[in-house]
Design a binder for this molecule. Structure first.
Ligand code: B1M
Length: 212
């Protein structure tokens, strides 16, 4: 098996040591972090999702696959993040209330950090009041909301409402993303931007803070 196949298969099987080792070997062999991410890790997680939908995988399989992917991402992280750049602005990032999926959110964090911004990572299951606090107390200029469940998407709207109620809506940009989220939904709830993937989220932040 090639390294790419080992990483893909390792995520499907939740084989964390195999994913770690093959990721390191692939990097050492000159493969780029983007190639490893886009051509093996993300397709593997998509396949995990498909198997879950078809009832071939259950929550434990999702969990160990996610753990294996996270271990691989930890190895890719230094390659994905540019070093020694002075922060161009602050971005508060979190997965919205009720939602525990954090792989996509973490990737967005890595790419935005790599574009030169400071990340305030609020974690998962983040309520509107925590986002409000990150803006009022920590001076975040952009709020990034991630949701992977259709049932948690309304929390994005609630967060935007909470920012408005706190009188902070005009001073902060809100970008949203996650598998079920669309540009149309972003327009509907009055978000400032929608990121289809982590790279477009980083591009959006740059545009919004005029840092291009
Ligand atoms: Co869950 N899960 N899950 N899950 N899970 C999905 C999302 C699901 C689509 C699977 C399926 O049925 N096919 C489905 C949702 C269905 C729906 O809502 N319509 C689902 C379900 C149902 C559930 C549970 C309800 C299952 C259960 O308990 N019965 C449960 C809910 C728990 C909760 O959150 N309250 C649950 C639990 C879990 C685990 C905890 C086991 C695990 C998460 C582990 C973790 O994240 N630490 C898990 C996983 C792994 C998945 C799948 C398989 C993979 C998600 C993932 O990591 N993708 C997922 C199926 C799928 O999406 N194919 C699924 C890889 C990641 C890189 O992509 O997160 O989309 P993604 O992020 C992308 C873009 O979306 C975008 O950029 C990222 C990189 O390109 N992006 C942004 C994301 N956030 C962004 C923010 C931005 C901009 C772009 O701006 C701020």
């Amino acid at each position: 098996m090639t390294e790419k196949e080992t990483i893909y298969q390792g995520i499907l099987e939740g084989n964390m040591p195999a994913v770690q080792e093959a990721t390191q070997t692939a990097l050492d062999g000159g493969m780029s972090a983007e190639e490893i991410l886009n051509e093996t890790m993300i397709p593997a997680m998509d396949e995990v999702g498909r198997l879950f939908e078809e009832n071939e995988y259950y929550v434990p399989e999702l969990l160990i696959a996610a753990r294996a992917m996270k271990a691989g991402l930890t190895i890719l992280r230094p390659e994905l993040v540019a070093t020694g750049v002075e922060a161009k602005g602050k971005v508060a990032l979190g997965t919205v209330k009720g939602d525990l999926h954090d792989i996509g959110k973490n990737l967005v964090g890595i790419m935005v950090e790599g574009a030169g911004f400071e990340i305030i990572d609020l974690g998962v299951d983040v309520g509107p009041e925590q986002f409000v606090q990150a803006v009022s107390d920590q001076g975040a200029q952009v709020v990034g909301l991630s949701a992977l469940l259709t049932t948690t998407m309304p929390s994005m709207q609630r967060t935007i409402d909470a920012l408005r109620e706190a009188g902070l809506r005009e001073q902060v940009k809100v970008i949203i993303g996650g598998a079920p989220v669309t540009q149309r939904y972003a327009d509907e709830i009055g978000a400032d931007g929608y990121g289809r993937d982590a790279a477009s989220a980083a591009r959006l932040v740059k545009q919004m803070l005029n840092a291009e």
